[in-house]
Design a protein around this ligand. Structure first.
Ligand SMILES: [Zn+2]
Length: 627
């Protein structure tokens, strides 16, 4: 109340002064600044020149730091893309926003950065560089509040990873510039995500040449050049000076430190220390460096304060406005969380970093003196001591406060430190599969099984790989072994159903699919396959039940309609089946499966001429769709 009154008085004085000097009319509304948020994926702070790197050129980031505030000690709570970006865009810790793995929808109760800015009538747009942040597939809810969200195409333009799973930074920015040039009226909030430094490291020339022996740095230098291009565009368009520009890394990269090649599993500084540069609107006073420890959860509250939106008390971060103006710069407690190890059956980690110390809670906990040991190599946990006790206590209190209760069963899981070699191999296998290098993937996965014969992830992925290459019996063996370790995995059970169906074991396929659907009932393809398996088993009633259930999942499913008609046919009523399929053929004139089913029905009815015509038509459609 008092603050409001003071604000009111100040405003009056200013208005009076302005009028007296014949300046802007008193009725002019203050304009809100454009906000450009650039997140650079997988960017380690110490691989940026203004953060001390000596052999990577990052002139754009260095010059942005000259125009604003460089936070030398900024930390992400999460070392993995979807989670860390959701944290930036909601101001919430991972355990609070709940997006702790790919594909988990962001609950509508959590307001996003873009939604907040819509309250101030911002024009909002998001440009993503990787399909893992696509709100239509792997990041549901992340598009909330955006007038425009640059989704990936539903049908990929080619088999290459470019355009299918990743866009080059240059393309991301080109799309953003195009949007800005057709949406002139602001204020604007634009989020651009540059995925380039994420592996595989494949920078374009000349960076690929210049950094031939350090391909990660080549990607960093390339991403920097893209930032430089965008800032050049903003300057040319007259948008730079009055806008807020933020560049932040979503997390770092292990690069082999602590045995971690990439990121996601550990909470060491190699993957949690990120660059953060903020150029305020109408910046004056030259460059400034803030040495205090801050967090990416602080970004959203900062923006809210800067544009005059009240900061909701449930946000986990706090505004950095006083840091921007140099009026207050205390170290903030940085919490780290990763549930990503759970995906592989290993224990999740929590950490707390403050005043030069870090405590990592895990089955084999760690404690580091970061001043003496910035590389976190000497674990002092066994020594104990009051500093460790204090960090433990603050971490426990924080977890209680945010409702991040430890799960007792996690304590029995393997410590990720003992599993990192497996994780590196699994990751290599994933990249190899993405690139269709099937043999490389197989070799890496078999290596994992040498380290842990019961790795459910490796077993399942080997099963998937053999399924894909049509070694159905081998696939079934791996998938059965995977299910022995993790019996409740609906995907492995569905895939086992596919492998058994292909190898003609219909009873086995039925059991696997029933099991899969019991734990995850909404799977349409599994439902339809089970219907077909029941038809193969001559259990018409059960088949019909499955196809009917499939139409409840998706009433437009052509496959479910075909299945229903085939059940009618299997019950001996060929004329009804023909009528149903003829109607379906009218609605779906380009679907060869409809005409194949129709041919089957004609054949059963003894209509040879119609049968041949339908088969011919189905073959022509198949040829057409293959072309
Ligand atoms: Zn990332």
């Amino acid at each position: 109340m008092i603050r409001k009154l003071v604000g009111f008085l100040l405003l009056n004085i200013c208005v009076t002064l302005a009028s007296a000097q014949g300046a802007k009319p008193a009725t002019a509304k203050p304009t809100l600044p454009d906000i450009y948020l650039i997140t650079i994926d997988t960017l380690r702070a110490d691989h940026v020149r203004c953060y001390g790197a000596t052999n990577v050129d990052t002139p754009a980031l260095d010059s942005l730091a000259q125009d604003g505030i460089r936070f030398s000690q900024a930390f992400t709570p999460s070392p993995i893309t979807n989670t860390s970006h959701t944290t930036i865009l909601t101001g919430l810790l991972p355990s609070v926003h709940g997006v702790t793995d790919f594909g988990i929808p962001l609950a509508s109760t959590h307001t996003t950065w873009a939604e907040f800015l819509k309250q101030k009538k911002y024009k909002t747009a998001a440009f993503i560089g990787a399909v893992i942040l696509d709100a239509k597939t792997l990041a549901p809810g992340l598009d909330r509040g955006f007038d425009f969200f640059d989704y990936f195409p539903a049908t990929p333009p080619s088999k290459s990873r470019w355009g299918r799973v990743e866009r080059r930074g240059g393309d991301v920015i080109e799309h953003a510039e195009k949007w800005l040039s057709t949406n002139r009226l602001g204020p604007h909030f634009v989020w651009a995500h540059l995925y380039d430094p994420h592996d595989p490291y494949e920078a374009p020339a000349p960076f690929s040449e210049k950094y031939k022996d350090r391909p990660y740095d080549g990607e960093v230098a390339y991403a920097d050049s893209v930032v430089g291009g965008f800032i050049g565009y903003l300057k040319k368009a007259g948008l730079y000076q009055d806008s807020i520009v933020i560049v932040v890394g979503d997390h770092g990269e292990g690069l082999g430190e602590h045995g971690e090649e990439t990121h996601g599993i550990f909470l060491y500084d190699s993957t949690t220390h990120v660059p953060l540069i903020v150029k305020p609107a109408r910046s004056t006073g030259g460059p400034k460096v803030v040495e205090a420890q801050v967090r990416t959860i602080d970004l959203l509250p900062t923006i809210l304060e800067l544009v005059g939106i009240p900061i909701p008390s449930q946000l986990n971060g706090e505004s950095l406005k006083s840091y921007l103006t140099g009026k207050g710069e205390n170290d903030r407690v940085a919490i780290g969380e990763t549930d990503y190890p759970l995906r592989f059956g290993w224990a999740p980690l929590r950490s707390i970093r403050t005043q030069g110390r870090k405590y990592i809670e895990s089955p084999k906990s760690e404690f580091y003196d970061l001043k003496q040991d910035p590389g976190e190599r000497k674990n002092l946990f066994a020594n104990g001591g009051p500093e460790l006790d204090n960090l433990k206590q603050v971490l426990t209190e924080t977890r209680n406060k945010i409702g991040d209760a430890p799960h007792a069963e996690n304590a029995a899981l393997p410590d990720p430190k003992d599993k990192i070699e497996e994780q590196n191999l699994l990751h290599r296998a994933m990249l190899a599969s993405d690139d269709n290098r099937i043999n490389d993937a197989r070799v890496s996965l078999e290596e994992v099984l040498k380290l842990d014969a019961k790795s459910p992830t490796a077993l399942r992925q080997l099963g998937e790989l053999e399924l894909q290459t049509e070694h159905h019996q081998k696939a079934a063996e791996y998938l059965k072994r995977s299910l022995d370790v993790r019996p409740d995995d609906p995907t492995a059970a569905y895939e086992l159903g596919q492998a058994l169906e292909k190898s003609g074991d219909f009873a086995g396929a039925r059991d696997a699919l029933e099991k899969s659907l019991k734990s995850l009932p909404g799977q349409l393809p599994a439902r339809i396959l089970l219907g077909n398996v029941y038809l193969a088993l001559k259990d018409v009633k059960a088949a019909q039940d499955q196809f009917e259930a499939a139409t409840l999942v998706d009433s437009n499913s052509t496959e479910a309609q075909i299945g229903l008609a085939r059940s009618v046919l299997a019950s001996g009523n060929s004329s009804d089946a023909i009528a149903q399929l003829q109607a379906l053929a009218k609605a779906q004139p380009d679907d060869p499966a409809v005409f194949e089913a129709l041919a089957e029905a004609y054949k059963a009815a003894g209509k040879q001429a119609e049968y041949e015509k339908a088969i011919e038509h189905a073959n022509a459609l198949r040829k057409k769709s293959a072309a």
